[in-house]
Design a protein around this ligand. Structure first.
Ligand code: ZN
Length: 211
């Protein structure tokens, strides 16, 4: 399935993101983090079959249909843990606290398994690899880290943010001129949180004052 948005043809693996999309290849980082949708209560990386297909479709981990895949349960655990590490990295763009060693542990695990390496291409370009599609999940996650590194170098990283609703934490790309976007979607999260704060303030006001 191919979704078209604002003239941009979206790969099927990003069809769950729908709105406030990062440019490629940073979109892959956003789509990975947003495989968990707390608002809808869905997680693409919860069901093994769905997760295997999604990771293969993104090029983060190859799969051979019909072949036994004994490492998959461990890989799926690592993928979900790395997803929260990367969410914590993005959280720094929206004022979250510095990351703890625990936040970084899944990424350290990846970097303990694979190291970036320089690759000279037939096109004459020298780049850091591995490049996606990757064979193993560790290579795929390292590919995500390299995308993050490039986005940090070109400044696009700063626009990737987490929704200000603490129950949501959806990753969105802030294209606003002011760069002050705070919500994944004003209708679902921004207004909901504003109404909640308003109700709390009203409740405070209507409480009898201590004599
Ligand atoms: Zn939200």
């Amino acid at each position: 399935m191919v979704v078209t948005l604002n003239g941009m043809t979206l790969p099927s693996w990003a069809s769950h993101v729908e709105d406030k999309l990062a440019p490629m290849p940073l979109l892959l980082v956003q789509a990975f983090v947003d495989t968990l949708d707390r608002d809808q209560g869905t997680d693409i990386l919860a069901d093994p079959d769905e997760a295997r297909a999604w990771l293969a479709g993104t090029g983060l981990r190859a799969s051979d249909p019909g072949r036994p895949d004994p490492d998959f349960a461990d890989d799926l655990r690592l993928a979900r843990a790395a997803r929260e590490s990367i969410r914590a990295l993005i959280g720094r763009n929206t004022g979250d606290e510095p990351l703890s060693p625990g936040d970084l542990a899944p990424l350290e695990q990846v970097l303990g398994q694979v190291q970036p390496r320089l690759e000279a291409g037939t096109d004459g370009r020298v780049r850091l690899g591995p490049v996606l599609p990757a064979r193993t999940l560790a290579d795929g996650l390292l590919g995500l880290l390299l995308i993050i590194r490039d986005a940090q170098a070109d400044g696009s990283w700063d626009r990737l943010k987490l929704c200000g609703n603490p129950d949501c934490r959806w990753a969105f790309y802030d294209r606003s001129h002011s760069r002050r976007g705070a919500w994944c979607d004003m209708a679902s999260c921004g207004n909901r949180l504003k109404n909640r704060n308003l109700r709390a303030r009203r409740a405070q006001l209507s409480e009898p004052r201590p004599a």
